[in-house]
Design a binder for this molecule. Structure first.
Ligand SMILES: *Cc1c(COP(=O)(O)O)cnc(C)c1O
Length: 443
């Protein structure tokens, strides 16, 4: 018998909902801006529009553009509006997917199948990426049978190292990746330089703007310096941008864009000999929820450039303010020179994971990162209202942690330090797999 029996009798609606509400009691408090990852919070009014649009199309299935032309219209319009925002033109095409990972998966598939068609002599295709690129590329390469070639980032700037990337190109390189910005440290890679090399070597260049796609364009419009990172650069073949991040819509919404439909055709999978009919789909998933498509369309229409600029102004000003204060705390530093609303905090003298743990006592939840050890900060508009409290608490927590002895550092801080410093990376991976394997069962 399983740990939990399949229920015999139904339970009344009210009871179910109240049970679920009580399940939330241990969840992180995102509503009040106490987290710096996972949630992108633009406040109540935006959430309401997204929620209503989501509910209105919750049941419709994006798998069939013929049954639900409304979803086809909204999806293609979202892709087109995003193309406009990201320097595309009338030839730029795209699709919506369930998230950054799926967008990346299908972009890598498109690049792989493009290479298969154009350069069939390549039998061991390689995906060239800086160390800071998102693991969704490692995952896509793993699923799709590509070899990853991972190039260390520049020690000082944490940007993709252009010279080293060039040197790592082989006869088998079919795709090159840059981030705008990278998730861990919020650093924009030198996309123009990378794209030029890619063009010269006839390699597919992809820009991952999953977190930056609806952030950088508005920061730039506000007058902050942002280097070109999008389709304005000639060698860029494809881009990914998540609407469920700085687009402020519920999870399940991202776009993948291509310079032309000639490139996009390689994304699409078709099987025509199935008794169920002709089966053709651009996505990894088959059935696709209408909710995320509808809420993405509605939120973009509701906010428009002016609405997004107002929100991004709040988050970029909060970011600048927090960074400015961190730079006055001698024990801490900000990694490299982040230009957007994503950055990381490091220290040469304190155990940074212990600082993250200490901040929990002040009710702030900050993700730990390693290689090098640091804390991750993704700033949302809602953080504008709590910036000063955060700074005050951070200063206190730094003082608390400075007093700790090494043996005082336990719990998650110690665990994180351990996985990061395991010399055998295979062992670290096995540990992570077994941890997840054990976690996902009813205890
Ligand atoms: C979030 C993110 C991804 C992955 O997106 P998911 O929606 O979590 O699948 C990929 N790249 C970057 C730069 C990201 O920030």
């Amino acid at each position: 018998m399983a740990k939990l029996e399949f229920p015999q009798k139904g339970i009344p609606r009210k009871e179910i909902l109240s049970t679920m509400q009580s399940m939330k009691k241990d969840d992180s408090d995102w509503k009040h801006g106490r987290m710096f990852s996972l949630i992108f919070n633009a406040g109540e009014d935006v959430a309401r529009v997204a929620e209503e649009a989501y509910a209105a199309f919750m049941v419709e299935n994006g798998l069939s553009p013929f049954a639900f032309p409304s979803l086809l219209k909204m999806e293609t319009e979202v892709a087109s509006m995003m193309a406009d925002l990201l320097g595309g033109d009338e030839n730029t095409v795209g699709n919506m997917t369930s998230g950054g990972s799926e967008s990346i998966m299908v972009a890598v598939k498109a690049a792989r199948d493009y290479a298969r068609a154009k350069t069939p002599q390549i039998t061991q295709p390689e995906l060239l990426m800086p160390l800071s690129a998102h693991p969704a590329f490692n995952k896509a390469a793993h699923y799709l049978g590509l070899k990853t070639v991972i190039v260390p980032t520049d020690k000082k700037t944490l940007m993709a190292n252009v010279g080293a990337m060039r040197n790592a190109i082989t006869q088998n390189t079919i795709m090159m990746v840059g981030s705008a910005p990278s998730y861990p440290h919020g650093i924009i890679d030198p996309i123009a330089d990378l794209a030029e090399i890619a063009r010269e070597k006839e390699i597919w260049m992809h820009v991952d703007a999953c977190v930056g796609g609806l952030d950088l364009p508005f920061i730039e419009k506000l007058g902050y310096p942002i280097p070109n990172f999008d389709f304005r650069i000639p060698g860029v073949c494809s881009m990914t941008a998540d609407i469920h991040k700085y687009g402020f819509t519920p999870k399940g919404a991202s776009v993948v864009l291509y310079r032309s439909s000639e490139l996009r055709q390689f994304q699409i999978f078709a099987y025509t000999d199935w008794p169920g009919g002709v089966y053709a789909t651009p996505n990894v998933s088959g059935s696709r929820p209408g909710g995320p498509i509808a809420s993405a369309w509605a939120t973009i229409k509701y906010l428009g450039t002016e609405g997004y600029m107002k929100l991004v102004k709040m988050s970029i000003e909060a970011t600048r303010r927090i960074i400015e204060e961190i730079r006055t705390i001698p024990e801490l530093y900000v990694l490299s020179e982040p230009l957007s609303t994503v950055f990381a905090i490091g220290s040469d003298v304190l155990n940074i994971f212990a600082l993250g743990e200490k901040m929990k006592e002040y009710h702030w939840y900050i993700d730990s990162q390693h290689l090098p050890p640091c804390l991750h900060m993704t700033i949302s508009p809602v953080h504008a209202g709590i910036t000063e409290q955060f700074i005050t608490d951070l200063r206190s927590a730094v003082k608390d942690v400075a007093k700790l002895r090494p043996e005082d550092i336990t719990g998650e801080a110690a665990l994180y330090g351990m996985i990061g410093s395991m010399p055998d990376r295979g062992m670290a991976k096995d540990f992570a797999v077994q941890f997840m394997n054990d976690l996902y069962r009813v205890h």
